[in-house]
Design a protein around this ligand. Sequence first.
Ligand SMILES: *Cc1c(COP(=O)(O)O)cnc(C)c1O
Length: 421
Amino acid sequence: MKIETKCIQSGYTPKNGEPRVLPIVQSTTYKYDTSDEMGKLFDLEAEGFFYTRLANPTLDAVEKKIADLEGGVGAMLTSSGQAATTAAVTNICKSGDHVICSSAVYGGTFNLFMKTLKDLGIDCTFVPPMVTEQELNDAFKDNTKLVFTESVTNPSLDIADIEMFAKCAHGHNVPLFVDNTFPTPINFRPIEWGADIVLHSTSKYMDGHAVALGGVIVDSGNFDWNNGKFPMLSTPDETYHGVVYTEHFGKSAFIAKARVHIMRDMGPQQSPMNAFLLNIGLETLFLRMPRHCENALAVAKFLEANDKIEWVNYPSLESSKYYKLAQKYMPNGTCGVVSFGVKGGRKAAEKLMAELKLASIVTHVADARTCCLHPASATHRQMNDQQLEAAGIYPNMIRFSVGIENVEDIIADLKQAIDKV
Ligand SMILES: *Cc1c(COP(=O)(O)O)cnc(C)c1O
């Protein structure tokens, strides 16, 4: 099936007389006829549902759909994008291990690696988003367990050279994790370029309507965990009577362990209601993404031609330093987010935002409604102007998340606001 058809059809095939629409199974528990049958589930000898923290039929269908969209062997939904990253990293890293991460990742992910996981003993080396192959190779240590990047970074819109990242990671026998939230599998499928594990905050375009928080981990099934670096997958797990994940689950070892170990013990499960809402969002993802990209490119071109605007950053603009990489990996478009700087600094940016009528000021990005954020006075408020510049967040920067309204209305709104600055 083509990706458009997968968005609609994958994951759920009702049998005779069953609901045509994926039902919400709002039940924590499942009934069995004998204790013996349930015991087999606990021992991982049989497959089935027994407690919604581990698996639920609504979530199961949506997981299958997303795995299919990304081209993976399996997926696991989580309560948020942050939970997906935490679960995926702790699935193969423990105290004493080391990871390599792009410095331009989402703020929440940056803090997770910079502070929370460091405090738990998992060390991180940050590399610049445009790192060279040599610099990346130099960042590896004996205890490095994974490389992490975003395909298109939020909010700086850097494009990672995924093929190069994958080559370096595999050269050191570790997997490449890619957060693919911004392009979504409609515009980019990292597994096709060598990524091993793909993550999403489904709270963004996948949901698309800003109604449900969620995250997902997708396993490509391609990484060989039997290379001696990952004993947690290739040696017996005593908490399951000595099961060896790579033997028992084969290609799905990583995602199976994430569920039966990490989800069992840490529990960041998505609710069935949120999975139901996410599924409705996924059904139109392939219609919305091209519109977001088309509108964002028109907005970026309008801004570039306006003399009150100092700079515009959008990877699909020919003036972008990422134009070539964007064309290579995402020829159909990147995402709907554009960032730009207003002449006149912080004051001018704040004035412009206050004058916008259609575009609302919100923390969220990447949903159907046009929205914007002034990072210097919101997400990065604690920093002074000097610290902001160092972090690549300019005081006059506006992050503009272009929605799927008629683009003439979006541009007219921007124009009347810019005219007042
Ligand atoms: C929002 C976001 C996250 C975090 O997701 P939540 O669902 O908010 O926890 C992670 N990565 C990227 C790229 C994001 O945009």
